[in-house]
Ligand binder design. Sequence first.
Ligand code: NAP
Ligand code: MG
Length: 402
Amino acid sequence: MDKIKMQTPLVEMDGDEMTRVLWQWIKDELILPFVDLKTEYYDLGLPNRDATNDQVTVDAANANKKYGVSVKCATITPNAQRVEEYDLHQMWKSPNGTIRAILDGTVFRTPIMIDSIKPVVKNWQAPITIARHAYGDIYKASEIRVPGPGKAQLVYTPIGGEPEVVDVYDFECGGVLQGQYNKDSSIESFARSCFNYALSVKQDLWFGAKDTISKKYDHTFKDVFQDIYDREYRSQFENAGITYFYSLIDDIVARVIRSKGGFIWACKNYDGDVMSDMVSTAFGSLAMMTSVLVSPDGKYEFEAAHGTVTRHYYRWLKGEYTSTNPMATIFAWSGALKKRGELDELPDLVSFAEKLEQASLQTLNDGIMTKDLCALAEGVEPVAVDSLSFIRAIRARLQALL
Ligand code: NAP
Ligand code: MG
């Protein structure tokens, strides 16, 4: 069989620990035998980030901007213990944070569903994707622990203008006080990323906020979304046969639980923080959660939602074969190859990526699983295998499909 040709390189960002081990196996067993792989490789493993003063992360993000699509392995975000472990020059920032800041993107997280793992919510038949606006609100708020009676006010002073003052509360006793903000530019980017992603996967987009209570703050989110939708996206959505739907956040939560799934749920920062944990847990497993960063101008970075699985890596270093689940990392590759194929109009590449996903799901549906899933599976007699055996079982099914 001739290998499938690529046109534009994929930006490949390698990472750390157990996921770095899986990365190589996935490439060797599931990609390189079938695809004439073209990547521009960036080693975001912690030793190389340290050696390059983290320049490699910035270069990788800029390459993502240039080429449009990247696939990223999980990476260590260093803390004090890692500084010692890796003898680092500095406690480097989170690579995901650096990349997100450069691309100005929003993260979309989607569970991978299989027949034998049923969501806790019994009517959910298709994945629910959560998009979290990862900027501002309480995460950038200023707070005061009010010690006793006094007057609280909100003050805004425009450059060269007169201050605008709003009374918050006349405290007759102690209490708490908080000032939060967000920026039009950030809300607009968030909205565009959501509309672009909904078009890219042809799914409805839902958004909820509390505009009835928060008549300026949350209402601005609602208005920005509606305005951008009407001006830039309405006709594209209509052509794609999908809808944009806004409602109050509490109404949205109730509808999500009653739904069949299969849509994107855009959340303000705090809602996304809380609801993504609820939704991902209800779908089953963090190891089965994919993640894609989408910029407002339509650049994509695909990865797994989980980390570098450190505990398994230390066992691997001792010579043990671990049963680490590679599904989310495989789907990061398939997602990136599919997107590259769509952009370059390479139907063979798109079809290969779809078959890779199909073969992976088929392996799980045949009961061949990593240990983490065996505990969750119902209605099959699961066979627990190590990661490499699992990947080879996928390869056998992929070969048959091709
Ligand atoms: P983690 O790597 O996601 O792992 C936490 C635990 O979840 C593991 O110990 C394992 O449980 C289970 N798990 C996660 N993924 C799994 C998989 N694919 N297969 C099987 N089990 C899986 O989170 P962490 O231990 O908190 O973080 C480790 C490192 O990853 C940190 O240095 C952190 O900075 C980094 N991190 C990176 C990213 C990213 O790059 N996107 C995201 C999160 C964390 P058991 O040990 O019980 O089997
Ligand atoms: Mg959280």
